[in-house]
Design a binder for this molecule. Structure first.
Ligand code: SAM
Ligand code: SF4
Length: 320
């Protein structure tokens, strides 16, 4: 097993994010179109065998962390089997998932038993009407039940991802932060990225993570543990608050990620259209394709504040 895959800027590439489907049971306005995605042609989506083969090759090259995402990973039929298969790959030290949580309450125990020990759940508001409006029909209670079910199942940490949206949840920062008093969760505020489906919302709704620091002056910095989030704690709270600033403060210098789309392309960078097809390759040829994707990682995605980036794929097709 190789020690580490490096890109041409010397960054260690040890993190693979796998989009297992671009379908979703929600339709978040900043992420995907109301009409959803067009039906897959037979064989267009990677099979579990293909995902496992690509993952094993990436692990041989040095990948140690794998995250399943989407679309909504829990709508992919047989997802527990995929989790079990990947959890059994020697060399993966960390297998996790990002989900909207709405289907989680009935699956959390099985997911845990299938090898998912850490989970990120997306939740942008604690208001039922606003949740329904932003997700175009989702039920807040389902997502909240999912969060509790994940914690009860033993997942640790449970992280809650909140995309900051001006005019939508800037009045809820304090309420959301209170979650860290009630439970030992990590609440991470993420800047809305001007990519994905609704470019207008991306521009109009963007606000900096700085707003959180202004609204919560009691936040005290704590060590970040090497992740992309700057970590803080409110006095007397069990949980932590993280700030992720993909737009206002770039973290490209420490980017360790490759992204695999559900139709078999590796994306060197979330914010670019470059992609390398890895489908149909095996053994050494497959490894060469993965190394090519790592080699094609740009030094930096450029300043996202100055331009909205129109990508070929919406966020639900990339994996966020
Ligand atoms: N369906 C799952 C979920 O919502 O957690 C996983 C896929 S979703 C594409 C992954 C993450 O991307 C979510 O936390 C979502 O809020 C985030 N996301 C989608 N579009 C975004 C955008 N334009 N800016 C910032 N985050 C975005
Ligand atoms: Fe679905 Fe996640 Fe996109 Fe919302 S952010 S539409 S839950 S894939």
């Amino acid at each position: 097993m190789s020690a580490a895959m490096k890109d041409r800027y010397g960054r260690k590439i040890d993190y693979l994010r796998i989009s297992v489907t671009d379908r979703c049971n929600l339709r978040c306005r900043y992420c995907m179109p109301q009409e959803g995605v067009s039906a897959w042609k037979p064989g267009q989506i990677l099979s579990f065998e293909e995902i496992e083969e690509i993952t094993r090759a990436a692990v041989r090259l040095g990948v140690r962390k794998v995250r399943l995402t989407g679309g909504e990973p829990l709508v992919r039929r047989g997802i527990l089997e995929l989790c079990r298969r990947l959890a059994a790959v020697p060399g993966i030290q960390d297998l996790s998932m990002t989900t909207n949580g709405t289907l989680l309450s009935g699956m959390a125990d099985q997911l845990y038993q299938s090898g998912i020990r850490r989970i990120n759940i997306s939740l942008d508001t604690m208001n039922r009407e606003k949740y329904q409006e932003m997700t175009r029909g989702g039920n807040l209670d389902d997502a909240v039940m999912g969060i509790f079910a994940a914690a009860r199942a033993g997942m640790n940490p449970v992280k809650i991802n909140t995309v900051l949206i001006r005019g939508f949840n800037d009045d809820e920062i304090r309420t959301m932060a209170e979650l860290t008093r009630r439970a030992p969760v990590q609440l991470r505020f993420i800047e809305l990225m001007p990519i994905g489906h609704d470019q207008e919302l991306g521009k109009r709704g963007w606000m900096p993570c700085r707003t959180v620091l202004e609204q919560l002056p009691g936040l005290t910095p704590v060590p970040s543990g090497g992740g992309v989030a700057e970590m803080y704690r409110l006095p007397g709270c069990r949980g932590l608050i993280g700030l992720i600033r993909p737009v206002s403060c770039r973290f490209c210098g420490s980017c360790s990620r490759l992204r695999l789309t559900s139709d078999g392309y590796l994306k060197p960078c979330l914010h670019g259209d470059d992609e390398i097809s890895v489908r149909g390759f095996h053994g050494q040829e497959l490894e060469e394709k993965i190394l090519e994707a790592a080699a094609r990682k740009p030094a930096c995605h450029g300043d996202l504040t100055e331009r909205a980036v129109q990508l070929r794929r919406d966020m639900n097709q990339i994996g966020g």
